[in-house]
Design a binder for this molecule. Structure first.
Ligand SMILES: [Zn+2]
Ligand SMILES: [Zn+2]
Length: 495
């Protein structure tokens, strides 16, 4: 294989907390003096500036798979072949992880160079997938983990810069190069936060990358709260332009946005970006005018620590729950509903759902209405055509519902969407810092009812569902994609 050395691209690896723990105990099992190793299966997603790889499984050494008479790692032929056949069978990519003895650092040795140049030609021959990655871990006497990693695909070399570890308790970002304590210095406005959660939690928030889908009544307060809490890296996804009716709920929107008339108003993502930047000018905010189903948005989201989904739409819910298991990107989905009776408001109901790899998807939870999802993706022409067909069916005496059923709009108001957005931001802070967890992975409540009518539960995946079988399969699980952007949507673009 010919490698283009000029282009060095970066990669991040995503892994579940359980596999990260298993990996560590395995490769340090002969520590501190002797190395150990394992093969691993992974999925990939190529982005504009690099690659995200998603850990699927270890192919652990058994019996005499590794030569245990030597301090260094020596793979046997049968082990390599077993791993290669497993790669072929499962349609995934294969890589190697080995440890270096304590205090040896994580620079590849010349033996490692030989191994990698052999494997990056050997493994692609088994199955379709050609990406190969090789990681080295070591642990200092103090217990600090160091790692390095590099990978090859289609003649390009990738440098592993970060590992994102995702569990129900925390989302942790581990960097290949360690920051000095000077870089971890505090900001004055975070003093209160540090007092309660500690400086490490504050540093974690600052390094976290949060994507908010929907920059309106719920998404804008979520961004607002997170910016004040110290999150400095945001992605905002929303296709809409600010409207005057948004003033009632959209944090950061002002009368002045309509100085040149409503048609000249900014995009919602730009309004929320300005709000974040006004609070913290150092913040990095990537704005995408588009939808989560579109490739540009997905390229951005697969590198994030956490998604907060504030659209309350069925297609977004489907998309984020699929991102959680296939790409190991966890998400908090939040929505609100109002109920009224005889002119009085009887219910202000909030619903919060946590999606993470290993947990149930939106379909297992029964939280997607397929008809609503279909209508959300329809063009106006298609809706008109179906309404016409429904009317004709009624004239014939046939069932109209197979052609069209109205989907009622569910109106909400700003005081409650603000609360829902702030609530989602709270749980994001707990998850990103590892400091607290929600009472349940799914819950709803009604702030107008005694005890808030709290209903919460932690469900399991339905046996055999993709959310159980395709964890970490990334693009290699694309054959099971549940939803994609319809062609009539305008292209997503960076703003
Ligand atoms: Zn080595
Ligand atoms: Zn499922």
């Amino acid at each position: 294989m010919v490698i283009d050395q000029k282009v060095k691209l970066t990669a991040i690896m995503r892994i579940t907390g359980a596999l990260r723990e298993r990996l560590e105990s395995l490769i340090f099992s002969r520590y501190p003096d002797k190395e150990w190793a394992t093969y691993f299966l992974f999925g990939t997603h190529r982005t504009a500036d690099g690659m995200v790889i998603t850990f699927v499984d270890l192919i652990e050494p058994e019996g005499n798979d590794l030569d245990s008479t030597t301090a260094i790692v020596r793979f046997t032929e049968p082990y390599s072949l077993r791993a290669a056949l497993e790669k072929h069978k499962r349609g995934l990519c294969l890589g190697v992880i080995h440890s270096h003895p304590q205090n040896y650092g994580v620079r590849p040795s010349s033996l490692d160079d030989d191994m990698d140049s052999y494997y990056r030609d050997y493994f692609p021959a088994f199955g379709r997938e050609s990406a190969y990655f090789s990681l080295i871990f070591s642990r200092t006497k103090e217990g600090d983990i160091r790692f390095s990693g590099r990978g090859w695909n289609d003649g390009q070399e990738f440098q592993l810069t970060e590992i994102v570890v995702v569990s129900d308790k925390e989302i942790r970002r581990e960097a290949a190069s360690h920051k000095s304590s000077a870089e971890l210095s505090q900001n004055e406005y975070r003093v209160r936060f540090n007092e309660i959660y500690g400086a490490e939690a504050a540093a974690r928030l600052r390094n976290a990358r949060v994507v908010i889908i929907g920059a309106s009544g719920t998404g804008s307060p979520a961004a607002h709260v997170l910016a004040r809490a110290g999150v400095e890296n945001f992605g905002l996804i929303d296709p809409q332009q600010l409207a005057k009716s948004n003033l009632e709920r959209l944090h950061g929107s002002y009368e002045a946005h309509f100085a040149k008339g409503e048609t000249e108003a900014p995009l919602k993502v730009a309004v929320v970006r300005d709000l974040i930047k006004a609070i913290n000018p150092r913040a990095t905010v990537t704005c995408i005018a588009g939808n989560i189903l579109q490739p540009l948005a997905r390229d951005h989201v697969v590198g994030a620590d956490l998604i907060i989904c504030c659209t309350d739409t069925n297609h977004s819910r489907t998309a984020i729950s699929e991102l959680a298991y296939r790409y190991l990107v966890p998400a908090i989905d939040v929505g609100v509903v109002f109920e009224s009776k005889n002119g009085s408001i009887t219910g202000e109901i909030g619903r919060v759902t946590f999606y993470s790899p290993g947990g149930p998807c939106a379909h297992c939870l029964g939280s997607v209405d397929p008809w609503r999802a279909t209508v959300e993706l329809m063009s106006e022409e298609e809706k008109d055509r179906r309404r016409r067909e429904a009317r004709e069916a009624v004239l014939r005496g046939d069932e109209a519902g197979v052609y069209w059923r109205d989907v009622p709009e569910l109106p909400t108001v700003g005081h409650f969407t603000s609360m829902a957005g702030a609530l989602a931001a709270s749980y994001a802070i707990g998850w990103l810092t590892g400091k607290f967890t929600p009472p349940n992975r799914y819950f709803e409540f009604n702030i107008l009812a005694p005890n808030f009518d709290y209903v919460g539960f932690d469900a399991l995946c339905r046996s055999g569902c993709y959310c159980e079988t395709l964890i970490g399969h990334a693009d290699q699980g694309a054959h099971a994609a549940l939803i994609s952007a319809p062609p009539h949507w305008p292209d997503a673009r960076l703003v």
